[in-house]
Design a protein around this ligand. Sequence first.
Ligand SMILES: [Zn+2]
Length: 207
Amino acid sequence: MGEDVCSKASLAGAHFATVITSWVPSHIGVRGNTVADRAAAEAHSLPSPIDMTTDLTDSLTNLQTTCNRHWDNELTDALQYTSLGRIRHDTRHHWWTHSPSRALDTAVNRLRIGHTRLNAHLHKLGMTADPHCPWCPTYPDTPEHLLLQCPRHHSHRTALLQSLYPLLLRRPTLADLLGGSPDPGLAFKILKHTRTFLQKSGQLHRI
Ligand SMILES: [Zn+2]
């Protein structure tokens, strides 16, 4: 190999320039380098003091926390533009919206998201000409009107309000009645009374 380099060097030098070759001692005889090489070789032969098996529990927990936080932020932004945003503010499971009655669950969830068969919503969809309450010709037929205002259901509303007194809820909002309380226990109790109102007022078929 040395001859090959020399012949190429002399060929290049014959045509273009002077080539000078010189011997470089590399690391031979450098004591520090020898010691470092030996230490590295010994390290390879020793068992690793680090347990390389990785416990993924913490990683998965962190991933889940990060995903939930991201989803909460996204959902909070999106909810601002929906009826549900008045009631729901994060990704927590609202278990209190479930009951043994599928008909009542459907009604409650329709009222929460604002997509009902009440005239105001049907009117928005172009499915009815009149957006007003069947008994109140000047009031839009909305979830608020049905639950909080319509005189047609006055007696049932009075019973509902009386049942909420022990819960220290004197002037409930629509969000309160539909399980929007940040206290899950309170939301559960209120929604139970709201279901009674919906059932006794005979309006499930309109929701
Ligand atoms: Zn009415």
